[in-house]
Design a protein around this ligand. Structure first.
Ligand code: PMP
Length: 442
């Protein structure tokens, strides 16, 4: 579609997480992509400031990944992984395992981050049951956490708009830690905020309230992306780890955004030096070329489940038709090879200081209430327009797109997460454009 579409052309696709009526009245369509750029349906080039949806870390339409997908599609369109296998699945798992933290080298594949989250929660329950502690069923998430849209994910997630329509069907045995976002203490933090580690001690309170023997797992994002780039305070994750270990509770890091280089390391676990029991993955695992997600499990968790039960019996009644789909697996192998060959995680770490400077240069721009960043992710929080929360950030997003820069927004927070191949001048252009737009909106 290269000419401007009519609303009728667009009516059949019920768009996810979109104000459908608003969008269809003034659509923004992307028709092709290469490297750091999209091309819009009106022919304009658009600099990708958010790696699609935090997922295209190696840049768009990379030849090696395209060739791998094409080759898989031509030679093995589909093969089951239930009681069967194909080599690409095992190779992809080995390559993911290679860059996970020590010991988290058992990989279960899914097709999305949401499925990865539900899988990790189910693995946690299965682990305790296999060890004779089937009463450990309580799951603990966090306010302002985003863990995808499965019933498990919205239950442990802490976003009221994602929960309220479905409140009758949320998992019951769930509690939430407080979020750590606090501008009174941490406004304009560079990197990990100094204040807030003590909020991890709220887990002790929940443990006392419910008794440790009832708690299966705690799930948090080391850096929450979708709720506005909320970075764990210094020492917070370490403290959560200590409390989980003390009480035999599994710790799950949701690394759907932070996995594969966003923070300048393979995982946030590696960046923060804290190893959870399970890591959820998706997005950049195969550069988003084909839907794919997964869970990296520790050997202890894996072995407790897989060694339990009778030989010959299925150990975990869980899986997806497309778990480790050949094309998705081939894309993952090619992507992980590319990350290594181009040393893209280290590149992200090298660029992080320039990215931080460019983001924080907007501290004095109109409407800006906070700037925060870590690795190649940044958030800029705006003062809300009176009576219209979210309206200002939406307008900034639209005007940036019109000016040829794609960013994201959530509420009144702008989010930035470019592909790791971004150049310094492109970083400058992203933030300069935002500054100009901020000066122009009311
Ligand atoms: N967990 C986190 C931390 C995420 O950021 C996301 C997606 N933004 C998900 C889970 C869900 O992933 P998906 O949209 O692939 O289901």
């Amino acid at each position: 579609m290269t000419s401007r579409p009519t609303i009728e052309d667009l009516s059949n696709f019920w768009m996810p997480f979109t104000a459908n009526r608003q969008f269809k009245a003034a659509p923004r369509l992307l028709v092709s992509a290469r490297g750091m750029y999209y091309r819009a349906s009106d022919g304009r080039e658009v600099l990708d400031g958010c790696a699609g949806l935090w997922c295209v870390n190696a840049g768009h339409c990379r030849d090696e990944i395209v060739a791998a997908v094409k080759n898989a599609a031509e030679s093995l369109d589909f093969a089951p992984t239930f009681q069967m296998g194909h080599p690409l699945a095992f190779e992809a798992a080995a390559k993911v395992a290679e860059i996970m933290p020590e010991g988290l080298d058992r990989i279960f594949f899914t097709n999305s981050g949401s499925e990865a989250v539900d899988t990790a929660l189910k693995i946690a329950l299965a682990y305790h049951r296999a060890r004779g502690e089937g009463q450990r069923t309580r799951l603990i998430g966090r306010e302002r956490g985003y863990h995808g849209v499965g019933f498990g994910g919205i239950s442990v997630g802490g976003i009221s708009s994602n929960r309220k329509t479905f409140s009758g069907a949320l998992l019951g045995n769930v509690d939430h830690l407080p979020h750590t976002h606090n501008l009174e203490h941490n406004a304009f933090s560079k990197g990990e905020p100094a204040w807030g580690a003590h909020l991890a001690d709220e887990l002790e309170r929940l443990v006392t309230l419910h008794d440790p023997s009832t708690i299966a797992a705690v799930i948090v994002e080391p850096v929450a992306g979708s709720t506005g780039v909320l970075i764990s305070p210094q020492g917070y994750l370490k403290r959560l780890r200590e409390i989980c270990t003390k009480y035999g509770i599994l710790l799950i890091f949701d690394e759907v955004i932070t996995g594969f280089g966003r923070l300048g390391r393979a995982t946030a676990s590696e960046y923060f030096g804290v190893t959870p029991d399970l890591i959820t993955l998706a997005k950049a695992m195969n550069n988003a070329a084909i839907p794919m997600g997964g869970v990296a499990a520790s050997r202890a968790v894996h072995d407790a489940i897989v060694q339990s039960g009778m030989p010959g019996a299925i150990e975990l009644f869980h899986g997806y038709t497309y778990s480790a789909h050949p094309a998705a697996s081939a894309a993952a192998i090619a992507t992980l090879d590319l990350y290594r060959r181009e040393d893209l995680f280290a590149r992200a770490a090298r660029l992080a200081p320039a990215f931080e400077r460019a983001a924080h240069a907007l501290a004095d721009a109109p409407h800006v209430k906070d700037v925060r960043n870590l690795g190649l992710v940044a958030g800029i929080e705006l003062e809300s327009r009176e009576g219209a929360p979210g309206a200002r950030a939406y307008e900034v997003f639209v005007k940036c797109f019109e000016a040829g820069v794609l960013i994201r927004f959530t509420g009144d927070i702008l989010a930035f997460s470019p592909p790791l191949i971004v150049e310094e001048e492109q970083i400058a252009r992203m933030f300069d454009t935002v500054r100009e737009v901020l000066s122009a909106v009311r």
